[in-house]
Structure formats: structure tokens, C-alpha cells
Ligand binder design. Structure first.
Ligand SMILES: Cc1cc2nc3c(=O)[nH]c(=O)nc-3n(C[C@H](O)[C@H](O)[C@H](O)COP(=O)(O)OP(=O)(O)OC[C@H]3O[C@@H](n4cnc5c(N)ncnc54)[C@H](O)[C@@H]3O)c2cc1C
Length: 396
């Protein structure tokens, strides 16, 4: 208190010794303490940029490079790091640790159009954003550790089983169910997220009943029409950030670099395989780092297709128009759909290329009717099993 008092006195010559002054200082100290209890950078892993540059300079490679420390990327990186202690893993994130706006659930909308948001601008199309200036609006996507899960509305919902019917036998609801259940157990999701003492809840529930909508329990995922209480990823008043939770469980052999933008996937076009990535740091430094087993794209539903196209994978006409040599002519039309005639196969590997996998929301063959964070996490959980199986076989 004395140090704070003398610091304040050096910029403000008023006395702080009387009761009013003391109370003011206490209020300031309480606010600073509250700030620290809400946000704590040490809960996120350290940045290892210098060590990674050194490795790059001496030609050292990683087994796996994961692009994007978002919803899917943090889960995949963390779980892979715990499968085999000899596997080296690099996780590359374009943003930094999320700021205090991310931690406070009620500040949800303040995250948009700010530092933790990519602030993508939608092209005017005459059909949407008509109420906005120039008929364009911002399409938010998280640009920070935890990705969009650090700025989203925190609703956790699996989606209806029929949403997944068109995904193919190995990815339908029954196939995904163990992965939904696994993550819900790992994150103890059923234990938090409900505000029980809200007097409005019963009133709203009665209103829905009057309209003949039935009420369903959360476990009842088969219910098509009706109401249920939303599960929110909130714990002890703060955002329950799955990225933070998973990274805290990662093994120490994983390196993470932040504020590092992957510009391109490095492809050996003769052997038709991904061999590394080109990274640009905020200070302009550009370097290459190689991956011996896989490059995994988890940059999200806008950046993953963009990165593929910048690397020469996409519709040939479009790439030619943009002066990008086409390495693989694939229907990347804004997403990286999984399917028989699509961009990635059912193991999420990019068709026609070795060692390049996509694990994020962009692989969804059709968009579920519910919000998609839970599904993205389930996709990532299943991908970990697929990757484990492939490389455990290789190493036998
Ligand atoms: C405002 C908002 C509210 C939402 N609300 C909900 C909700 O309540 N419930 C729900 O279920 N879903 C919600 N969603 C959707 C859900 O959060 C996303 O669909 C999901 O988190 C996507 O996960 P992802 O892993 O595909 O991508 P992301 O979580 O977006 O991760 C991608 C990561 O890659 C990084 N990256 C991108 N490009 C590069 C690059 N070139 N180099 C390095 N790193 C890169 C990004 O910075 C980011 O960290 C919401 C989304 C938004 C934006």
C-alpha cells in the first residue's frame, strides 16, 4: 500500500492520508487484485519462438506441426503430445494469449472486432448484411490461443443425430458418440454451466409450454423440437476455455509459438507430400520449419482453405487467376469438406498428397443444425485416434 501510495503521489500531488484518500487507494488496489484474479497469463503455456528459430537454423525438424492453436488444434496437440514421449510437436498460433474480455462471459460481444478477432469482412452480396454500412459486416473468428472458443458464446451442444447421417458410416452420430462422451468426461462438462437461481427461467419455460413445446433433458439428443436448458462452458464465473484446459495437460516436449503466422505449407511436389511450413513473425522475420510425420491444419473454416490455396492446393482456374502455381486441383470452394469426391478423405488426409491432414470445423460435409464447437471438439478427438493408429502401425 505504501509503494502504491508513493507511486500515485508522484503523479498526483493530493494527499492520500485521510480517510477518503485511504478508501480511494483501497478501491484501486481491490480493482487491480480483481484484474489479476480474472486473467492470469501463466495459465497459458510459454512462447518458445527463440528455441524454435534455433532448431530451424540447425535444420532440426518436428514430427508433427499443427497450424492454429484454436478449438481443435489445442486438443489435437495436447493429446498427441501425451501418446508417445518421443514425438516432437510444434503448435503455431497467429495470435497471442486472449485478453481479459475473453475471460468474462458477459463481455462476450466486446471481443468482436477487437484484437482477439480476425475481423474478416464479408463481401457485399445483395442478400445479407443489408442493414450495415456498404452492405458488409464483420465475420468474427478468434485470433488468439484457444481460437474461436476464446471469443464464442460458450454454448455447448452436440447437435441432432440426423445432422450427421450424411457424413458417412465412420463419422455418423453413432461413430462420433464415444468422442462426444470422451470430451464431456475429460472436461467434466455436465458439472457446470447452469445458472440455477434465475427467476426468469421458470417463467420462460412456462411460456414455451403454453405454446406446446415440450421440455427435454440435456441427455435427450434425439429430441428434434422442444426446449432444453443450454449448457455453457463457464466455470466459477469465467469462460471455461477448452484450449487452456487441454494445453495445461500437454506434455513438456511440445513447443508453442505465438504471434506466428503460417504463410504457406511447404510441399515436395515430386514425392507429393507436405514437408513443413513457412512462418512469418510479427517483426517480419520469416523462416521454414520441417515436419517428418505430418503437417496438421487446424486454422479454422476460413484460414485453412485459404492456406491450402496459398500453397497451391485448390481449384486450378482460381489459382491460375491469382498467379499461384497449382500443385493439386481440388474443390476447395471455401471449405475443405470430407467425403468421397471432396478435399479430404475419411481419415482427414488431403487427397492426392501425403502427410497433410485437416482437423477443424472446415471438414464438415454438412453443417449441423446446432452450434458447432462441440462437434469440432469431437472431430478433433476422433482425429487423435486416427493419427495414433497410423503412426503406431508405422513404428511397429
Ligand atoms: C462470435 C462467435 C460465437 C460463437 N458461438 C458459439 C457457441 O456459443 N457455441 C458453439 O458451439 N459454437 C460457437 N461458435 C463457433 C465455434 O466457436 C467455432 O466453430 C469453433 O470454435 C471452430 O473451431 P476451429 O478449431 O475450427 O477454429 P478456431 O477455433 O477458430 O481456431 C483456428 C485457430 O487458427 C489460428 N490461425 C488461423 N490462421 C492461422 C495461420 N495462418 N497461422 C497460424 N495460426 C492461424 C487462429 O488464430 C485460431 O486460433 C462461435 C463462433 C464465433 C466466432
Amino acid at each position: 500500500m505504501d509503494a502504491l501510495s508513493s507511486n500515485i503521489a508522484s503523479v498526483c500531488p493530493l494527499g492520500f492520508s485521510n480517510t477518503g484518500g485511504e478508501m480511494f487507494l483501497r478501491a484501486v488496489t481491490t480493482m487491480i487484485a480483481a484484474h489479476c484474479s480474472i486473467i492470469n497469463d501463466s495459465e497459458w503455456p510459454d512462447d518458445r519462438t527463440e528455441a524454435v528459430i534455433k532448431k530451424s537454423n540447425v535444420g532440426e525438424s518436428y514430427d508433427f506441426i499443427i497450424v492454429g492453436a484454436g478449438t481443435a488444434g489445442t486438443l489435437v496437440a495436447s493429446q498427441l503430445s501425451n501418446i508417445n514421449p518421443t514425438w516432437s510437436i510444434l503448435l503455431v498460433e497467429a495470435g497471442d494469449n486472449p485478453d481479459i474480455l475473453s475471460e468474462v462471459p458477459a463481455f462476450l460481444f466486446l471481443n468482436q472486432n477487437k484484437k482477439n478477432d480476425w475481423k474478416y469482412k464479408v463481401e457485399p452480396n445483395g442478400k445479407s448484411c443489408l442493414g450495415f454500412k456498404d452492405n458488409t459486416c464483420i465475420w468474427s473468428k478468434g485470433k488468439c490461443m484457444g481460437g474461436s472458443s476464446s471469443i464464442n458464446a460458450m454454448i455447448y451442444i452436440r447437435g441432432h443425430p440426423e445432422d450427421f447421417t450424411s457424413w458417412g458410416k465412420s463419422w455418423d452420430y453413432d461413430a462420433l458418440l464415444p468422442y462426444f462422451e470422451k470430451q464431456e468426461k475429460l472436461l467434466n462438462i455436465s458439472d457446470h454451466g447452469h445458472v440455477d437461481d434465475n427467476k426468469w427461467y421458470e417463467i420462460i419455460r412456462e411460456a414455451w409450454k403454453e405454446l406446446n413445446f415440450s421440455f427435454h433433458k440435456n441427455q435427450n439428443n434425439e429430441a428434434v423440437i422442444g426446449t432444453r436448458r443450454a449448457k455453457l462452458l463457464i466455470k466459477e464465473g469465467k469462460r471455461f476455455n477448452t484450449g487452456k484446459v487441454y494445453l495445461q495437460r500437454a506434455s513438456k516436449q511440445m513447443d508453442i509459438i505465438k504471434n506466428a503466422h503460417v504463410e504457406k505449407i511447404i510441399i515436395d511436389s515430386v514425392q507429393k507430400k507436405a514437408i513443413g511450413v513457412k512462418i512469418r513473425l510479427e517483426n517480419g522475420h520469416v523462416f521454414d520449419i520441417m515436419a517428418s510425420k505430418e503437417v496438421i491444419l487446424s486454422a479454422g473454416s476460413i484460414a485453412t482453405p485459404q492456406l491450402l490455396m496459398l500453397s497451391g492446393i485448390g481449384p486450378e482456374d482460381h489459382l491460375t487467376e491469382k498467379d499461384i502455381p497449382c500443385i493439386l486441383n481440388l474443390p476447395v470452394v471455401g471449405t475443405v469438406k470430407m467425403g468421397d469426391d471432396s478435399v479430404v478423405d475419411f481419415n482427414l488426409l488431403v487427397r492426392g498428397l501425403n502427410n497433410l491432414r485437416v482437423v477443424d470445423a472446415s471438414i464438415m460435409p454438412s453443417i449441423p443444425g446446432a452450434n458447432v464447437m462441440a462437434t469440432t471438439l469431437a472431430i478433433a478427438q476422433k482425429a487423435v485416434d486416427i493419427i495414433k493408429l497410423r503412426h503406431s502401425k508405422d513404428e511397429l
